[in-house]
Design a protein around this ligand. Structure first.
Ligand SMILES: Cc1cc2nc3c(=O)[nH]c(=O)nc-3n(C[C@H](O)[C@H](O)[C@H](O)COP(=O)(O)OP(=O)(O)OC[C@H]3O[C@@H](n4cnc5c(N)ncnc54)[C@H](O)[C@@H]3O)c2cc1C
Length: 543
């Protein structure tokens, strides 16, 4: 039996921060993780080809960098290898189906200069100014337990700052949707176009309450800290934590799933995993889902019935998909300004994003999904071979259990099969190709991480066995799995990388395979495999 001051369940960013802070405060800590690697949703892997480092899940750290943990640990982490890359100029953009582009600059004034109406420029800057003036109080409210006395002080500060009218404005912004806010406050559609898709990162749709407040908060964070990415890949973030001297005293137990939290006389005193017990002298911390915490980990009777009842009614939100694309060269967007923008959203604003969210929430695969296109290589060329590029694509409007396809094209009857995942990835890539026509000819490999729930709710593993490349004449190739070119097989080698896990928590399945788009015009029956180095493909041999 092991014993420490604190036992922490889960080694995602929250577990890592908690372990570091407690260790710095002199506590002994055991960190228990069920996966073979620590980091939770932070990992960097060569998921497609050798030399292509993809951030498997999360990649952008604006919320971490603007939060209190970074204020306390940032300097130390930097001394232990963490390096952020950030953009000083144009950071994000939205491109609509009709080709209309709205860009956001680090400087709010430069962003507002792109708005068509004078009053919108003033309204945008005024909203950011109001938030800035009240940020300390709002931050206090957001990071405190609403029922704890600790919120009185920030609430009083908010009242002092803006009076009853000011407080009323904030309360209304928490109740209103992003779509409603953008329509009410602005004549033009730039703010809606830019920030409605960002609401997806908060798990919202443009029609959900609190979007009004979050749109301004997200805009402020973008202007304040940009969208930092970790030099060398997000996995280096985990490396920095593991090399902190304070955390070297942290005992890490990977491959250890906690089955139960031990409770004695109303106090959590440890955890059990199989036959092993980890005793906690002072605290047990668990960064797991409410369903797991209250449903299985805590013993019956140890939690107030009303709390258990609340947890029973907790529902997971929409599912998501992550697609990694290895490119022979950087993407050439129709609007060349997008070539150097870090994060591009394919969205018409709350128009298309609202419809896609509604479709997903109704169980349908969206016809026109919002595609988040990350181009980290723009800031960090060390992630790709010389002259090459990679895309980090995120889809946040998916049903966990698909009941149909809003476009009427894909068969969803068997749930999230590899074929469905690849068919949907094909739709996503086609959507990007409308705005970057050279995409199909530059794709070397595609890796898809899909939701894993079948219609019956049984977890299933997604495997990639088909090509997903679409020809310039919209002819889809399917049914071909080429072996990786010599010397380019994905491996787990390299700093900050880890062997691809087969499954991950929270309803994700990780496809263990990568498929290789054919790069000859021979047709679906005899696709050729890609050349033997990233630059091998050319426009001439593109399908
Ligand atoms: C695809 C994707 C992309 C994202 N992109 C971004 C982004 O770019 N920027 C951003 O800021 N946020 C992003 N997020 C959100 C971010 O990943 C989460 O906010 C973050 O992971 C939360 O950290 P956590 O420590 O609470 O949980 P997690 O990262 O989920 O970690 C929980 C850990 O607990 C372990 N665990 C669970 N149960 C047990 C058990 N019983 N026993 C032992 N171990 C257990 C899990 O294996 C896991 O390692 C993204 C999320 C996803 C899914």
């Amino acid at each position: 039996m092991a014993e420490a001051d604190a036992v922490i369940v889960g080694s995602g960013v929250n577990g890592l921060v908690a372990a570091a802070e407690l260790a710095l405060a002199g506590w002994s800590v055991v960190l228990v993780e069920r996966e073979p690697n620590i980091g939770g949703f932070i990992a960097t892997e060569e998921r497609t080809l050798l030399g292509y480092l993809h951030d498997t899940y999360s990649s952008w750290h604006p919320l971490f960098v603007s939060g209190p943990a970074y204020a306390r640990l940032g300097e130390l982490l930097h001394r232990h290898g963490l390096e952020y890359r950030n953009a000083d100029e144009w950071v994000t953009a939205s491109v609509a189906d009709d080709g209309r582009v709205t860009l956001a600059h680090r400087d709010p004034r430069r962003t507002a200069e792109g708005f068509a109406h004078d009053e919108d420029r003033a309204a945008y800057l005024a909203a950011l100014g109001r938030l800035g003036d009240n940020m300390a109080a709002i931050g206090g409210l957001m990071s405190g337990e609403l029922r704890s006395p600790a919120v009185f002080r920030p609430a009083a500060a908010l009242l002092r700052g803006g009076g009853r009218r000011g407080v009323e404005r904030w309360v209304r912004s928490v109740a209103a949707s992003g779509r409603g806010y953008a329509r009410a406050e602005f004549r033009g559609d730039e703010v809606d176009h830019l920030f409605a898709p960002w609401l997806l990162h908060a798990g919202l749709s443009p029609d959900h309450a609190s979007g009004a407040f979050l749109m301004t908060l997200l805009a402020a964070s973008l202007h304040g800290v940009g969208v930092p990415v970790v030099g060398g890949g997000a996995g280096r973030f985990v490396d920095a934590f593991t090399s902190l001297p304070a955390t070297t005293g942290v005992r890490v137990e990977t491959g250890t799933r906690v089955d139960r939290i031990l409770v004695e006389q109303g106090r959590a005193v440890g955890v059990a995993s199989g036959g092993r017990v980890f005793r906690a002298r002072r605290a047990v911390l668990a960064s797991v889902t409410p369903t797991a915490l209250y449903g299985t980990l805590l013993p019956q009777g140890s939690v107030r019935p009303e709390l258990r009842d609340q947890a029973r009614r907790f529902r997971y939100g929409r599912a998501a998909m992550q697609i990694h694309v290895a490119l022979s060269q950087p993407l050439g967007w129709r609007d060349a300004r997008l070539n150097t923008v870090l994060v591009v959203y394919l969205s018409d604003g709350s128009g298309s994003t609202g419809i896609a969210c509604a479709e997903a929430e109704a169980g349908l695969l969206p016809r026109r999904p919002t595609v988040v296109v990350g181009q980290q290589y723009v800031l960090d060329s060390s992630r790709v071979p010389p002259g090459a590029a990679a895309l980090w694509l995120q889809l946040q409007e998916l049903p966990p259990t698909p009941r149909g396809d809003a476009a009427g094209e894909l068969d969803t009857a068997q749930g999230w099969t590899p074929e469905l995942a690849q068919g949907y990835a094909d739709r996503v890539l086609s959507r990007i190709a409308r705005h970057a026509p050279d995409l199909p000819g530059k794709i070397l490999a595609v890796d898809v991480i899909a939701p894993r729930t079948s219609p019956a709710g049984t977890p299933t593993r997604s495997t990639a066995t088909r090509t997903v490349a679409r020809s310039n004449s919209t002819r889809a190739f399917s049914g071909a799995l080429c072996p990786p070119p010599d010397g380019m097989r994905p491996t787990s080698a390299g700093s900050g990388t880890s062997a691809p896990p087969l499954t991950r928590g929270r309803g994700w399945a990780v496809s263990p395979g990568t498929w290789w788009p054919p790069r000859s015009p021979q047709g679906p029956d005899s696709p050729a495999c890609p050349g033997s180095h990233p630059g091998a493909g050319s426009e001439a041999d593109a399908v």
